[in-house]
Design a protein around this ligand. Structure first.
Ligand code: S3P
Length: 423
């Protein structure tokens, strides 16, 4: 019998997307802080992680070039001679501000045009309360100078669910050997907590609060970085919206604080299977298999946002192909990411011919069968570029992404992998 010829987009294959970005930053930082040698396998080799590696070198850490198997030798750090250039990376600036404050060093942080617009008062405030002197540009962003002094313990009520804020405080407290408690409105990603525990730091977690005890040593530990769920998400979405085939994403980090997008997809009717689940280095890991599915629109509420914050651009693109309306609320944080993601998404989608509306803290999208055509403006935002790359790969759509190269911030091989899985 002749093979059935399904028109449109057919996908196939298995992808091990690159290492998780959040875990890669932290593997380097904790490797540099710990006294002793740590091995890191499968680190993400992307622009953001190069920024952290370079900044740690400027702080005196011995960080070899990024490679699939690397060794780090932690030792005392010193103040850098010139400003720390964090490039596009908010995690680099905010977590290293915690290192500088806790280790009682002095450093000025700078970044690219996008990072230079992002809010830093959210870390300046708690770090000042912990004894550091922090100077910011008048609009509350970079350049930022942090000067650490004797570190004071803190009980901090954060108004945002931000893993970067939480991590800066915990890192400063551990290095300064003081107690710290951070309470956040919703639980943000918890890789810092897991890594501290794996390094012998005593930590108490209670709901959305975490507390570290004073005076603790950070022991060295090996890390095998799992595949980034935020990168795997692009291929899961592609398979769901394809016309035929299946994609298998292996080794994906399935930490519950990161898998909100996959949970929402199931609620939309997605055919998703997870298997080969295991624990590796304190993180849940597994394989995801995705197949073409008829999706329907859903509403995303504030409590779901932190566990899918980086996937919301992709969700918006996906919602243009779902039946009915999709709404995201309680996601004002999107306005202060690598671009104002609410404005960027809705502007692009509307221009391409989709029905989308901005809300102050989210967006509303009406799915349809209509073809989307035109140019997507990334504003240099990697996740916008890749989300529209997926939308453009779907049958019927014709989308040009203005700056595909910015995907290198988190996924340098994205466009090659995207070509490879299409037949
Ligand atoms: C990150 C935390 C999140 C996320 C970012 C990476 C981290 O930011 O959006 O991509 O590694 O801690 P916030 O902490 O600002 O929510």
């Amino acid at each position: 019998m002749a093979a059935l010829n399904v028109p449109g987009l057919r996908v196939r294959g298995s992808v091990r997307v690159p290492g998780d970005k959040s875990i890669s930053h932290r593997a380097l930082i904790f490797g540099a802080i710990a006294h002793g040698s740590s091995r890191i396998e499968h680190i993400l080799e992307s622009a953001d992680i190069h920024s952290t590696a370079e900044a740690l070198r400027a702080l005196g850490a011995t960080v070899p070039p990024l490679s699939p198997k690397m060794y780090l030798q932690g030792r005392d750090m010193h103040s850098p001679r010139s400003p720390l250039d964090c490039g596009n990376s908010g995690t680099t600036a905010r977590l290293l501000a915690g290192v500088v404050a806790g280790a009682r060093l002095r450093a000025t942080f700078i970044g690219d045009a996008s990072l230079s617009k992002r809010p830093m008062r959210r870390i300046a405030e708690p770090l000042r309360a912990m004894g550091a002197h922090v100077e910011l540009a008048p609009n509350g962003s970079l350049p930022m100078t942090v000067e650490g002094h004797k570190v004071i313990g803190i009980d901090y009520e954060s108004s945002v669910a931000s893993a970067q804020v939480k991590s800066a405080i915990l890192i400063a407290a551990v290095l300064g050997r003081v107690r710290a408690r951070v309470h956040e409105p919703h639980l943000s990603r918890d890789h810092t907590e897991r890594m501290l525990q794996a390094r012998g730091v005593e930590l108490r977690r209670e709901g959305t609060a975490v507390e570290v005890a004073p005076a603790q040593n950070v022991l060295p530990a090996d890390v095998r970085v799992p595949a980034d769920p935020s990168s795997a998400a692009f291929f899961v979405a592609l398979a769901l919206l394809a016309d035929a085939g299946e994609l298998r994403l292996t080794d994906v980090c399935l930490n519950r604080t990161r898998t909100g997008f996959f949970d929402v997809l199931r609620r939309m009717g997605a055919k998703l299977e997870t298997g080969d689940r295991r624990e590796e280095g304190g993180e849940d890991v597994g394989t995801i298999v995705a197949r073409p599915s008829q999706l329907h629109g859903v509403e995303i509420t504030e409590d779901e946002v932190p566990s899918m914050i980086d996937e919301l651009p992709l969700f918006a693109c996906l919602a243009t192909r779902a039946d009915g309306e999709s709404i995201v609320r309680g996601a004002a944080e999107l306005r202060v990411k690598e671009s104002d993601r609410i404005a960027t998404l809705v502007g692009n989608l509307t221009r391409l011919g989709a029905t989308a509306e901005e809300l102050p803290d989210g967006f509303r999208i009406l799915g349809s069968r209509s073809r989307l055509r035109g140019r997507a403006e990334t504003h240099g935002d990697h996740r916008i570029a890749m989300s529209f790359g997926i939308l453009g790969a779907l049958s019927g759509n014709q989308i040009e992404v203005d700056d595909p190269a910015c995907a290198a911030v988190s996924y340098p091989e994205f466009w090659n992998d995207l070509r490879r899985v299409q037949q």
